[in-house]
Design a protein around this ligand. Sequence first.
Ligand code: HEC
Ligand code: HEC
Length: 288
Amino acid sequence: MSSHPQTADYEQVQELFDDNCVMCHAGPKAPKGLRLDSYENVMKGSENGSVVEKGNPEGSELVRRIRGTSTPRMPLSGPPWLDEVEMKLIEDWIRNGASPPAVRSSNTQSVPEPAEPPKPKDGITYADVAPIFKANCVKCHNHKGLMGPPPEGLVLASYQEIMNGTERAFVIPGNPDASELVRKIRGQSLPRMPFDGPPYLSADEVALVERWVTEGAKDESGNKAEIPVGRKVRLGGQLTGIASLDGLPLLINRRTEMKKKTAPGSYVEVRGRVTSDGGIAAELIRTR
Ligand code: HEC
Ligand code: HEC
């Protein structure tokens, strides 16, 4: 690369915001009203005023937050924090006058894109659904999020963490109806997610996540996930038959405990385990 310092351009700065900040700092509920999803919004600042002082990085609240001289340090989900190169890039951009993006290209991949209609040709991989989780879920479901520790211990920040779940599995490849993550975004299992909704996910976004699960919950390289046979699940939903949860067949046997009065129409919690074909063997059904 060239040896003399280059002027940091805004596109690079926005990329850092997209990767580290926008999961929280976007939309009508952005913390302190500060949206970091476009140049205009960054310059607009927060309800406390501007966070970028042109030419003066040290005097910019945004820089103080990423350096930690003003607290809480950002990103709130850290550590990790931005690294030195990244912080310098933002500081250089401000020192050089915080200029707007030079070219307005229409196909920048800045803001996490809302789900596009599924691309049938290559199938759906994690790369297609990750932006949905990043934009709508990771602000809470991360090691340190808006609500502190991840709700119920569930981290949705990476493929591994989503598939690992907690002591329970949330994605059953091939079976969206048995996947609590899907049930939560459909609103079958309550409370519906995202917890700070409405707005909830759009029908297209829900459909994309469903297809991703149906096609085997592939990782970014297109490898299908294995069925987590024997793992625990806890599903919320409506009993639609004596052995069916919103149409999902439940395997019931003599040892399945039926607590309280459970009848078709009741909202219930089903605890069970994943069978070898990706179904659910119910161990306990109770009304909530
Ligand atoms: C997990 C959610 C989350 C992430 C990620 C996050 N923030 Fe924040 N941010 C918050 C919250 C919540 C506040 C309000 C905290 C407070 O000051 O009480 C805040 C406050 C701020 C403020 C202070 C606004 C003001 O005027 O009071 C700045 C500046 C800021 N964030 C910048 C950033 C930057 C830059 C990033 C990415 C490097 C980032 N944040 C990432 C949640 C987040
Ligand atoms: C504003 C914070 C917040 C956001 C955003 C959010 N969640 Fe949650 N999530 C919660 C809380 C709180 C709970 C626990 C709710 C309860 O059971 O009372 C939860 C629970 C869950 C559970 C059930 C965990 C369990 O152990 O059964 C799933 C699955 C889930 N969320 C998925 C998502 C998905 C997917 C998104 C994004 C589409 C999302 N959440 C967005 C706060 C959030």
